[in-house]
Design a protein around this ligand. Sequence first.
Ligand SMILES: Nc1ncnc2c1ncn2[C@@H]1O[C@H](COP(=O)(O)OP(=O)(O)O)[C@@H](O)[C@H]1O
Ligand SMILES: N[C@@H](CCC(=O)OP(=O)(O)O)C(=O)O
Length: 376
Amino acid sequence: MHADTRAPVAAARRIVVKVGSSSLTTPDGHIDTDRVTRLSEVLAARRLAGTELLLVSSGAIAAGIGPLGLASRPRDLATQQAAASVGQGLLVARYTAAFARHGLTVGQVLLTVEDMIRRVQHRNAQRTLLRLLAVGAVPIVNENDTVATHEIRFGDNDRLAALVAHLVRADALLLLSDVAALYDGDPRRPGALPITDVRDPADLDGVELGRPGARGVGTGGMVTKVEAARIATGAGVPTLLTSAANAGAALAGEAVGTYFHPQDRRPSTRQLWLAHATTGRGRVWLDDGAVDAVVRRGASLLPAGVVRAEGEFHAGDPVDLCDARGVPVARGLVNYDAAELPELMGRSTRWLARELGPEYEREIVHRDDMVILAAS
Ligand SMILES: Nc1ncnc2c1ncn2[C@@H]1O[C@H](COP(=O)(O)OP(=O)(O)O)[C@@H](O)[C@H]1O
Ligand SMILES: N[C@@H](CCC(=O)OP(=O)(O)O)C(=O)O
């Protein structure tokens, strides 16, 4: 292993730590008090040493299973929401007590995808998290499971943690699970070898990214963890994946886990959210000239370049912008309802302003509200 490559984790002044359900709860669906206490101790020590710390904690649904007398992790959304409602309160109460022992205050922050992609809510979330840090509290973040629906759900906290790391411009992301590292195959099978460093997506060629752990309380398995690492490192945030038991060693920069090296670029936070935290509510088809303008020249999408729209979207919703073959080339927040578009398509903004009024002079999607998905 290359201990020196972990130095950015040890040196981070602001760090996001994500911990999975399997590391926080018992097999019968209760909070594992000992493990939460141990983890909180390690994190509190780092906070007291001066590092700003945000904890993205899963476990709400898993911690609601026991108290509600359920046999296993519920599969239907309504029962998951009920379990999360019970478990989230218990979890945060436990963290509050554990951090208080070290004189630290925690603040609960529940986020939805919906909150994140809209400009105002996005800034609001960012401001809240940064203010919590400024007043010395430890934000404890989770998805707002009780109101999230299937359509507007992250579903996994791995990607949420990566996006939070970017949102607050963290220096490092630590993903804590119940395995010591990413292995080249399912670690439950003999012979699987740990991967110490990932510098390039090609380093993962041939790696088998398996399902969640045997207890079935986790959601994404390694697929969402690797995706989270890709999001974070693509935004310049180094990412270390290891077990919760290794948290102390990982924070000290020791040679544990799998280290994903950062790429040297930082896209805008909202663009990252758009690309990774949303799916299009509809599709807008562009002519070749508009594809070229949007993809290669970084222009806004004007009504003149739109040939067709599909789906029931409203102004402010994310939509996929597709080329003539229907391949999504960009995603953006649309400025019109789907029902308004047929009248506008193919028209120049000048004509629209003259015929329909000055409010129709705006773009279909502004370039600042858009992210390019693929070169067409
Ligand atoms: N290639 C792999 N390397 C490491 N773990 C893997 C791999 N494939 C599958 N897994 C499984 O992924 C599990 C962790 O994912 P998950 O249960 O979703 O965790 P968490 O609750 O911490 O988010 C591990 O328990 C492990 O069994
Ligand atoms: N928001 C959900 C967590 C979903 C999730 O990502 O779980 P995990 O794979 O254990 O990190 C909860 O608190 O139960």
